[in-house]
Design a protein around this ligand. Structure first.
Ligand code: ZN
Length: 294
C-alpha cells in the first residue's frame, strides 16, 4: 500500500506521490467535506494529492444550503472528478425553513449533484430538537424522491426513528447510503435488508471505538460497500507516520481501503474495484476519462 511510506523523518502530511506507477484500482471518496474551511488554504493541493494516490473521483458533502452551494461550485471547477451532495445535516435542521427548502430543491436539480443529503437524525449531539430533525428528514426524503437521486444519510443514536421514517419513503427513493456507518450488527442487518449501501470511514481504524467494524465489514455485500474519509474529520488513528495536523483528507482513503480489505480477507485490488463500481452505480458517476491521469 502506498501509505506504508516509512521513509522516516518526513514531517507528516507528505502523502505519496504518483511516481509513475498506478496504485491498485482507482478509488472514489464518497464522503469528503471539501467545502470545509480547513481546506481553504490548500484545497487544490488536497485534490492533487488524492488523485496522485489513486482517489480519482470524490463526492463533496453538502451539509447546509451554503456548503451545498460551495460543493456544487467545487464540482463545477473539477468536472467529472468532483461531484456534490445537496442537503441539510440534522445538526442544522432548524435552518430548513420553507425558503431554504425551496432553495435546496433547486440545488438538488444541478447535474453535479449526485445525492440528496447529508440528511438524517442525530440524537447524540442534539444540536437541533428531535421534532425539527424529523421534519427536516421527511422533507429531504421527499426532495430525493422528486429529483430521483439517492440519499446520503447520517444517523447517530437515532436508529429507531431513522429507520421508521426511511421505510415510509423508501419505495419512492432511488436508493441511498448509510454514510459513516458506526453501528452494530442489528443496525447493519436492518440497513442491508432495506437495500442501503454502507459507507465505511476511518472509524474502522480506531481501536477504541471502531474495532467492532472489523467483524462487521465482511457481512457487507461487495456491491454495497462504499469507502469515504469524511475529512477533515475522522483522521485514521493508526496512520504511520501520523500527520502533524489532525486534519483528515482523501489521500488517506487507500489506507482505509487496506484496513477494510484485510478485515474482509480480500485483496485490495478487488475491494477497490467493487467499491468504485458500487459508488458509480449508486451515484451514477461516469468513469473518469483517463486523458489527464497518465
Ligand atoms: Zn455525517
Amino acid at each position: 500500500m502506498t501509505e506504508n511510506d516509512t521513509t522516516g523523518t518526513a514531517p507528516a502530511a507528505v502523502p505519496p506521490q504518483a511516481s509513475g506507477r498506478r496504485g491498485p484500482a482507482p478509488l472514489i471518496d464518497i464522503g469528503i467535506n471539501l467545502a470545509h474551511d480547513s481546506y481553504d488554504a490548500d484545497r487544490d493541493a488536497v485534490i492533487a494529492r488524492a488523485e496522485a494516490a489513486g482517489v480519482v473521483q470524490m463526492v463533496v458533502t453538502g451539509s447546509s444550503a451554503a456548503s451545498s452551494r460551495t460543493a456544487i461550485s467545487l464540482a463545477r471547477q473539477h468536472p467529472g472528478r468532483l461531484f456534490a451532495t445537496a442537503g441539510v445535516h440534522p445538526h442544522h435542521a432548524t435552518e430548513l425553513t420553507a425558503a431554504v427548502l425551496k432553495d435546496l430543491s433547486e440545488l438538488t436539480l444541478a447535474p453535479e449533484v449526485v445525492a440528496v443529503g447529508e440528511c438524517g437524525l442525530d440524537y447524540y449531539r442534539n444540536y437541533s430538537p428531535h421534532v425539527a430533525q424529523r421534519e427536516a428528514f421527511h422533507r429531504q426524503l421527499e426532495l430525493a424522491a422528486r429529483c430521483g437521486k439517492p440519499v446520503f444519510l447520517h444517523q447517530r443514536d437515532a436508529h429507531h426513528d431513522f429507520i421508521g421514517i426511511l421505510r415510509e419513503h423508501w419505495p419512492a427513493l432511488a436508493g441511498g447510503v448509510a454514510h459513516c456507518f458506526t453501528g452494530g450488527a442489528a443496525e447493519l442487518e436492518c440497513y442491508l435488508e432495506l437495500g442501503l449501501a454502507i459507507g465505511i470511514t476511518g472509524w474502522i481504524c480506531d481501536e477504541r471505538r471502531g474495532a467492532h467494524l472489523l467483524e462487521l465489514v465482511p457481512r457487507i455485500p461487495a456491491d454495497r460497500l462504499l469507502l469515504e474519509t469524511d475529512g477533515p474529520y475522522l483522521l485514521p488513528r493508526d496512520l504511520q507516520p501520523k500527520p502533524s495536523s489532525r486534519r483528515n483528507e482523501p489521500v488517506y482513503l487507500p489506507h482505509i481501503a487496506a484496513v477494510v480489505g484485510r478485515a474482509r480477507g480480500e485483496p485490495a485490488e478487488s475491494l477497490a474495484q467493487a467499491s468504485t463500481e458500487a459508488a458509480r452505480r449508486l451515484f451514477r458517476i461516469p468513469e473518469i476519462e483517463s486523458s489527464s491521469s497518465l
